[in-house]
Design a protein around this ligand. Structure first.
Ligand code: FA5
Length: 329
């Protein structure tokens, strides 16, 4: 064996033992470069074959080719083995035990007032009403003047208004949404208007911010009987089949006649809010023909309804955001 052939034999055994010791496919790639790459010793030997004697050329050519092929085969065999065991261990690491219990998480729930609002709005939408909303900062004109509250009328001061800049107020009720809706639409009008309202009020049944839901209907031939029928249907939907509505005479500048509405609750009555036939002055103010159209409107406080429905004695608890309280619903 010539010295060159001995070198080849040494490289071959070194390479094969490196391949068999390799633990990863990337190690195999290093081994391939080290023993078979362009700069590898074996490649150098092959390049020098031309300068050898014809006899030696034949022997060295044969054994260097054999060595390369053997190393290549060992590399590719080992590569297959490693790839499949690497895949297996990856799968094992990523395995999910589907029989383990899930991670529990706290479910939120809707605020009691929001449930009432959603329920009432759903009821009216189901009857074909649209939903209208307006801004909480409202003009004095929409909140009072267009609703037939004359300048200096005592009904204005009853609302404990938060006045803002010249001509603006925090709306004291959702009735200005009636005005906005009528100014933007020709009759017939069927809308329900939920929203936040503000008055300088605070005791167990009054809060400075509260909610109202307003409904407005303007069409040909609308009467007080339609108002009562609508209220009865709504009460049955929210409070159950046996609920009844009672109307008592009252006063609002924007309705004539005006009524206070109560809904039966247990053995007694719960005051819901105000209602009435839209005052012709209001219809005229928005340019509706009062010879052709009449309407009814009502507005009530869903916070109060929630208070009664869920047996809460202080309205202020609804707005404190105490989770221990809210989680009970
Ligand atoms: C009004 O606000 C009229 N806009 C209702 C109306 C609409 C009448 C359409 C006719 C036609 P009143 O001021 O009574 O009316 O308020 C209506 C309801 O809002 C009350 O019955 C009560 O449930 C609720 N409410 C009023 N003030 C507060 C307050 N400070 N906190 C909680 N709820 C309140």
């Amino acid at each position: 064996m010539t010295a060159t052939e001995q070198r080849i034999e040494k490289l071959r055994t070194e390479a094969l033992s490196a391949v068999s010791d390799a633990a990863t496919t990337s190690e195999l790639e290093d081994i391939r470069i080290r023993f078979l790459g362009r700069a590898a010793e074996l490649s150098e030997i092959k390049k020098s074959i031309g300068s050898l004697s014809p006899d030696e050329r034949k022997e060295v050519g044969k054994s260097s080719n054999l060595a390369s092929r053997e190393i290549e085969n060992a590399l590719s065999e080992k590569k297959n083995d490693l790839a499949s065991s690497e895949r297996e261990s990856k799968l094992r690491k990523e395995a999910v035990d589907v029989t383990l219990p899930g991670v529990p998480f706290q479910r939120g729930n809707l605020h009691p007032t929001q449930r009432i609002i959603d329920d009432v709005v759903d009821f009216f939408v189901g009857m074909g009403y649209g939903v209208a909303e307006g801004p909480e900062v409202e003009t004095d004109y929409n909140n009072f003047t267009a609703l037939n509250f004359p300048e200096g009328h005592p009904a204005r001061s009853e609302h404990d208004t938060f006045f803002l800049d010249e001509g603006l107020v925090m709306r004291t009720h959702t009735s200005p949404v009636q005005v906005r809706t009528m100014l933007e639409n020709e009759p017939p009008v069927y809308v329900v208007c939920p929203g936040r309202t503000y008055r300088n009020d605070s005791d167990p049944t009054h809060t400075p911010m509260f909610n109202q839901i307003e409904a407005l209907v303007v069409d040909r031939g609308i009467s007080l009987a339609d108002l009562k029928g609508t209220l009865n249907a709504m009460a049955r939907h929210v409070f159950g089949e046996d609920a009844k509505v009672r109307l008592r005479p009252s006063f609002f500048p924007f309705t004539e006649p005006s009524v206070e509405m109560d809904v039966s609750w247990g053995d007694g009555w719960l005051e819901l809010g105000g209602a009435g036939m839209v005052d012709p002055n209001v219809l005229e103010e928005v340019g509706y023909d009062t010879e052709e159209y009449t309407g009814f409107a009502f507005g009530f406080g869903p916070d109060r309804m929630a208070m009664v429905k869920y047996g809460v004695h202080d309205l202020r608890m609804f707005f404190e955001g105490d989770l221990r309280f809210l989680r009970q619903f």
